[in-house]
Design a protein around this ligand. Sequence first.
Ligand code: ATP
Ligand code: MG
Length: 478
Amino acid sequence: MVKEEEGFKANVPTKIRKRAHIVPREENGIDLSAVSPFAISVCQKLQDAGYKAFIVGGAVRDLLIGAKPKDFDVATDATRKKSKVTRRAIIIGRRFRLVHVNKGAETIEVATFRGFAKQGVTKDEDGVITNDNVFGEQYEDAARRDFTVNAMYFDPISGDLYDYHHGLDDIRERKIRMIGDPATRYREDPVRILRAIRIAAKLGFTIDEKTAAPMHYMQTLLLSVPSARLADEFSKMVLSGSAVACMELMNRYDISIPIPLFDVLKRTFGLPFVRKGLERCDARVALGKSISTSFLFAVLLWHEMKEEVAKSTGKTPGQIYEEAAKKVADSYRWDGLQSRYVSDMAIIWKLQPRFLVRSRRAAMKLLQHPRFRAAYDFLLLRASSGDASHELADWWTAYEGATDEERLEMSKEAEHQDRKERERLRQERAAEGKSEEGEADGEEKEKKKRRRRRKKRFDRSKPSKSEKASSDKEKVSK
Ligand code: ATP
Ligand code: MG
């Protein structure tokens, strides 16, 4: 298990700073136009009702480095019933004091400051927090967050930034630094090891030496984390837009996530197909495009899929792929792969052999398939890493962009080519067969020759007809 760090004592209180360094609007450089107007209005409503309300966590960190926040979280001293600022607010969960406020597609998570009250926070014998459902002061809430850059509070009304743990200095130094004693904080929640890596990869920051030091030897604690949470963290890593950077940091610090899907990625990350797949996802996020989870999982498990295809006993390519896809999907179904991702992933795979059939009807049918685009993107990725022919990928690119008449011509031409190719293969096989036949003939001839020679020798050893006749005559005369 985990090596006990020298001097480590269970339940060492995390470093508590009661006073925040307040950086006014003019100095903190946060661009208010980058803040969600809905998040501002939620804070405004809470403040109007006499409460404190701040934008907090990852959003503040992202605003400070000029990145676009993924979502906005609000922290307040209002209790959760009071945080129901609109009728569209929903109280979430029993364990966490959260309220979700929705407007259109946007959800703002409003949480009451969490505190340190001794009777409220309980840790098990390993130091893992088992109950953290306790109200607190803002400074307590700050100290309970993971990294200094994640523990800043921005008041969008006054424009002031509240920094309790020198997060701003760490933003400037581009450092991920744990608040308090890193080993204690990993023990409380081992997922912080993965969060340090994911956030460092996302921001291009380095992990502070002391924060990084216990990560490797404390990773065995991840075994006690429910696999659903690990799978969720794994999905966040690969879908974060910095999947490649995350994997490189995971390798550098020699950290593994104890779920089968991560093992697969660790094994296949070196393959051009998988690496290119992850790069493609990262590039899409950078362009503000969405990534399909099923596509990404289809990439991660393609290697396994091919192994299953090779083993399958199905008769037609359709059956072979069906059988293999089912096997692979079934073995990872509970590993963060929801059913709808599983079925979408299997469709992407099953459409792959259909790209080889380019006859008019088959090609048209494939083009009209609802998952054509994903399957076609998958084919392009395969072609770019030598797993499918460039010619085939180019043909489908041209086919997709062609008019109906052009498509007809293309199919005719392709069919003609495919026929020629089949004929060439047939002839090749026949030629191989013939030469084998030739060899067989030769052997047969040789045998016949040998047989004839043997017979001759035998015949020579027998008396010739004339000899026989004269000897017969001799016998008679005798
Ligand atoms: P992302 O950009 O991926 O959303 P984030 O830092 O916002 O990154 P969230 O999971 O949205 O990550 O968490 C919001 C905030 O809650 C964090 O910034 C951090 O302050 C706090 N937090 C989240 N997870 C933990 C944890 N395991 N331990 C301590 N604090 C946490
Ligand atoms: Mg967040």
